[in-house]
Design a protein around this ligand. Structure first.
Ligand SMILES: [Zn+2]
Length: 412
């Protein structure tokens, strides 16, 4: 990629708007981001949201619910840091067309990037209250967000709604610049035009379990079985009676997965609506500090499902993945340990769960977000509950995140 030097923040806003426009054309969330070297103004990498990537037959289908611009930039950074000899995150600014959601905020805080924001998102954005207090974050992370996040100035404009002063950290690139009111307005409105449709597409991308068939009945040679067994060798071989009531077998698989991982604190399982253990993966912190077990599981489930769907629509003939694999809201995510409430990766994880659901979850008890053991850092579950309850409205009133403990006492 040829290097391009940005001269001012309005040029940066124009580039993230261009990315957001490309995302809108791809039928995904219209958000774009760019990673900039603070010292030189050089664009290191630019990307847009890729939650939805149309299949070969042009139908919109969820590719990866975590593929927001900023989250992808953080992962891209760790993949390329050594090869490209990239500066430390504290010398880089991630400039984004829209205020980051909880998942992206968690990833950005863990990595330690500066963040420059153009438009506000009052529903899922981490600064949804627009007061720069970050009461959406646990207390210990609010100061860090105030030091590294910045909201660019804009104006003058009539009406005055687009006129604002810069609020934010001292090391954010172009903090003294001004975004034109037109670019600020367009970054917000292009997202607003996309959000409802994309959320609906993403939340309704699977059949209800009553319309499906149990994938465990498929022969081991089925591409559906082998695709998941390539990621987790026991995929579809372990079964629980009720997908919302994981048992001691699942606990054992989680423990075994964690014990055999080289650099991990936690493991997460995904159980489908038939009670099949589909994936059970640990953190892969050798890859990066943001490769948590939950992110690994939700990404692997969705991307594999997308690839199987794409093969199916391109070649036909094979088993229709829609009959066997559905939206993860009908299954359960089970953590070995509840996430630590003070950890920025927990914000990423809870946000990633919200983005995976992308709307309401079938109203069943217990919740489809569960854990066996309390947080490893010794925190109380009540602290985790309060972190969840402080999240932006999308998570508390739309997805309605609720995390429950699996009764594991029978396993001793
Ligand atoms: Zn995000």
């Amino acid at each position: 990629m040829s290097s391009l030097i940005l001269k001012n923040v309005n040029d940066a806003a124009a580039i993230v708007l261009e990315q957001a426009t490309a995302a809108a054309n791809q039928t995904t969330f219209a958000v774009g981001g760019v990673m900039v070297n603070n010292l030189t103004g050089e664009i290191i990498f630019a990307i847009h949201n890729n939650v939805i990537i149309p299949l070969s037959d042009n139908t919109s289908f969820t590719f990866d619910p975590t593929a927001h611009g900023e989250r992808q930039l953080v992962y891209w950074y760790y993949e390329n840091k050594e090869a490209l000899n990239l500066p430390d995150p504290s010398h880089i600014t991630v400039i984004t067309s829209l205020d980051p959601c909880a998942m992206c905020t968690g990833a950005l805080l863990t990595a330690g990037f500066n963040v420059g924001v153009v438009a506000i998102d009052t529903y899922a954005g981490i600064n949804c209250a627009q007061n720069f207090k970050f009461e959406t974050l646990p207390l210990n992370l609010r100061l860090k967000a105030q030091e590294t996040f910045g909201y660019y100035a804009s104006g003058p404009s009539y009406p005055k709604t687009l006129t604002r002063k810069y609020v934010g950290g001292l090391n954010v690139a172009f903090k003294d610049g001004i975004v034109s009111p037109a670019n600020l307005k367009d970054c917000g409105s292009i997202f607003n035009q996309s959000v409802d449709t994309v959320r609906a597409t993403s939340n309704s991308s699977g059949l209800q379990p009553s319309q499906m068939q149990d994938p465990a009945q498929l022969p081991g040679t089925s591409p559906i079985i082998s695709a998941y067994q390539n990621i987790y060798s026991k995929a579809f071989t372990v079964k629980v009676k009720n997908s919302r009531l994981p048992d001691c077998q699942i606990l054992n698989e989680l423990q075994t997965t964690l014990d055999s991982a080289s650099n991990a604190n936690n493991a997460v399982a995904f159980i489908d609506p038939f009670g099949n253990l589909v994936l059970c993966l640990a953190d892969t912190f050798d890859e990066s500090p943001v490769h948590t077990a939950f992110m690994n599981v939700t990404q692997a489930y969705a991307k594999t499902r997308w690839e199987l769907m794409d093969q199916y629509v391109a070649e036909a003939g094979a088993d229709n993945p829609q009959l066997y694999l559905t939206h993860p809201k009908y299954g359960s995510f089970v953590f070995l340990y509840a996430p630590d409430p003070h950890d920025s990766n927990t914000i990423m994880t809870l946000g990633g769960y919200g983005s995976t659901m992308e709307g309401s979850i079938p109203n069943m008890f217990p919740s489809n977000l569960q854990f066996y053991y309390p947080p490893r850092d010794g925190s109380n579950i009540s602290e985790l509950v309060s972190v969840v309850n402080n999240m932006p409205p999308f998570y508390t009133s739309n997805v309605n995140i609720s995390m429950m403990q699996v009764l594991s006492m029978i396993c001793n």
